[in-house]
Design a protein around this ligand. Structure first.
Ligand SMILES: [Zn+2]
Ligand SMILES: [Zn+2]
Length: 378
């Protein structure tokens, strides 16, 4: 096929640009059945048509490739399947697609699960690990040691699944080829051997340690540096610390999900901390100095006279460190002016005196008149 005269993939499958996954699948299914080379042994053009349809399907059935194709056409697929270097002769790949499409078990009456060929390198699975830490640990970070279950090649059989001294033998079903040719009146298809799962070998004498799996679960201790500033829901990725890959494929990743326990009085909003400090009406009216908690211990804070309930004071750089970056958030102290709920006789007498001299103004307050945040540079 000349790439210059490449037909539009939608045109090849005979579907519209807005076709859904099901439309694309069934269009390809029809074409694949019609043009399959085994069904058209005397028509070389059928094979081209089959390859063309298979290529179109491999792109349009893959959301990412389809998006690239929609935007940039054939040139959007450079380097991926469908672009130059795409090998439509790799029929074994398409037998997987065909298997997904038709369910060969039904079509040919041949049972067996649709096992992918084991000889293909596969990436290991990702693993999730949930780690709960305290509020302070999240703020300052910590070196944590976690135990993660992971599959590792069995020592006893070195991962081949057979008892030492008795290697695997060729599969009797497929005679070591790993696939079987099914032939029905009009069409033949290569299918992964279900006896050996496509490896072409079977284990006659399974390893006593791993029962022939070749892998066993071990608890691995891992040191994880939890960086200062992580928050509830932060996800740390440790590359290749997940399950190992198959046949030389890369390992999966380990994701550590951080759960941070709540603090009894600090509330965290991004990198800032908030806490509420109560003062009595005399302290608020006359001003005072209070001790406020910070993550590094108590600190003095001057409350100016005439401070209102709800006033905020900012202590710079007393918040949470910014993850992977410089600087820290701030600590906001919210003032809560407490009115005494019960008065002693002495207090009542003084309050009544105060009432005589305080001006009365019960007009509704104007909107938006909130006290400005006071900055404390420490
Ligand atoms: Zn073993
Ligand atoms: Zn086999």
């Amino acid at each position: 096929m000349n790439p210059v005269t490449k037909r539009d993939y939608y045109e090849v499958l005979g579907v519209g640009k807005d076709a859904g996954d099901q439309d694309i699948k069934s269009a390809y299914r029809k074409l694949a059945l019609k043009f399959h080379p085994d069904r058209n042994p005397d028509d070389p053009r059928a094979e081209d048509k089959f390859k063309e349809a298979s290529e179109a399907y491999s792109v349009l059935s893959d959301g990412q490739k389809r998006a690239a194709y929609d935007r940039f056409g054939h040139s959007g697929l450079q380097g991926s399947a469908g672009g130059p270097g795409f090998d439509p002769d790799a029929f074994s790949d398409f037998s997987d697609i065909l298997g997904d499409l038709f369910g060969f078990g039904d079509l040919f009456g041949a049972g067996g699960g649709g096992g992918r060929r084991r000889s293909r390198a596969q990436r290991g699975e990702d693993v999730r690990y949930d780690l709960e830490i305290s509020f302070e640990e999240a703020v300052f970070g910590l070196p944590a040691e976690i135990q993660v279950p992971r599959m590792e090649p069995c020592d006893r059989c070195r991962g081949n699944g057979s008892e030492p001294g008795s290697g695997p033998t060729a599969c009797p079903t497929c005679h070591g080829r790993g696939e079987i040719l099914y032939q029905q009146s009009f069409l033949s298809i290569r299918r992964t051997c279900s006896t050996c799962g496509g490896s072409g070998q079977i284990i006659r004498n399974p390893c006593g340690e791993c029962h022939g799996h070749g892998y066993k679960q071990v608890q691995r201790k891992l040191k994880v540096n939890i960086p200062a500033g992580v928050d509830d829901g932060t996800r740390l990725r440790l590359s290749h610390e997940g399950q190992p890959g198959v046949n030389g494929g890369p390992g999966g990743d380990l994701y550590v999900f951080i759960k941070v326990r709540e603090h009894s009085f600090f509330e965290r909003r991004d990198h800032d901390l908030h806490c509420t400090i109560p003062v009595n009406i005399a302290q608020a009216a006359l001003g005072c100095e209070v001790e406020v908690p910070t993550l590094e211990g108590e600190q003095k804070l001057k409350i100016p006279e005439g401070s209102q309930s709800g006033a905020q004071f900012r202590l710079r750089n007393k918040g949470v460190p910014v993850l992977n970056g410089g600087g820290r958030g701030d600590l906001y102290v919210h003032l809560d002016v407490k009115v005494p709920a019960r008065l002693t006789r002495e207090q009542r007498r003084l309050m009544e005196q105060l009432r005589e001299v305080l001006p009365v103004d019960n007009a509704p307050a104007e909107k938006g008149l909130f006290e400005k945040v006071k900055d404390y540079f420490m």
